[in-house]
Design a binder for this molecule. Structure first.
Ligand code: SF4
Length: 260
């Protein structure tokens, strides 16, 4: 991550509290243009893909911005999320919050129960800490398999990937091939963390309160911890690994990443 990227994760001098909004929200040069471009991208995606378009939301801050934009601009985009069975209660609470605030349905995809039971019986609840292979196996059955069902029949999906999130994502394009014959639309690719929180503050977007506890990137509870000031955005994900902090949800020829 570059120095500029680290600085956007650093609290503003004199921030009054630890709320993510007070720590990070600020309007920077070009925000209005970036916002307008995102709305244009979403409109173009609807025109191009129609009912084939889906927002895959991790319920993280970026994805909450996108859901708000979909609702605010009355865009006909289906919204879906993955419930891995290991999410924080705070994350799951956002599903009814979205449905109540926007009147939109969030379709929830879960892993196959038998596969989870077999994996846990064989390897234990904490298998992910024992080896990279077991961690990836857990991500495979709890995330990748239900994601494949989520995306079946779709021609494009919208994600909250941003270039600033990590070095792995530094070249995230607005539109890319997902490696499975679909378009993956990273409509916030050029947004900063400050932009995300400026939008959330400006439009009163609901968000995960764990973001107020220094968790910029939130995944499953056993695999997410808070980060310290100056640490990489994704340092709290699979923190015990020396891996690329990714689990394959966004593995393509151009981008390896995960928002969940
Ligand atoms: S993030 Fe952790 S708990 Fe969630 S699917 Fe991957 S290894 Fe399993």
């Amino acid at each position: 991550m570059s120095g500029a990227e680290v600085s956007s994760l650093s609290p503003l001098p004199g921030a009054a509290s630890s709320s993510a909004k007070s720590l990070y929200a600020r309007q920077t040069t070009g925000f209005d243009a970036r916002l307008a471009r995102t709305v244009e991208l979403l409109r173009a995606a609807v025109a191009m893909h129609g009912a084939g378009l889906l927002q895959s939301t991790s319920l993280g801050a970026e994805d909450m911005v996108i859901t708000d934009l979909i609702a605010r601009h009355a865009l006909p985009v289906a919204i879906a999320t993955l419930d891995t069975g290991k999410l924080h209660a705070e994350t799951l609470a956002l599903i009814p919050a979205i449905e109540a605030k926007y009147g939109l349905k969030v379709e929830v995809f879960r892993p196959a129960a038998e596969a989870v039971i077999h994996f846990v019986r064989t390897n234990g609840e904490d298998a992910m800490y024992r080896s990279l292979a077991l961690r990836k196996a857990c991500c495979g059955l709890r995330k990748l398999e239900p994601l494949s069902r989520m995306l079946a029949g779709r021609s494009a999906w919208i994600t909250g990937l941003r270039r600033e999130q990590s070095t792995n994502r530094a070249e995230v394009p607005f539109d890319e091939d997902d490696g499975q014959g679909r378009r993956k639309l990273n409509v916030l690719a050029e947004w900063s963390w400050a932009d995300v929180w400026h939008y959330i503050e400006q439009f009163d977007v609901p968000y995960n309160p764990l973001h107020d506890q220094f968790m910029p990137s939130i995944g499953c509870a056993p695999c997410t911890r808070a980060i310290a000031v100056g640490e990489d955005f994704r340092a709290g994900r699979w923190w015990w690994e020396e891996s690329s902090k990714e689990c394959g949800l966004h593995a393509t020829n151009k981008t390896i990443g995960v928002t969940a």
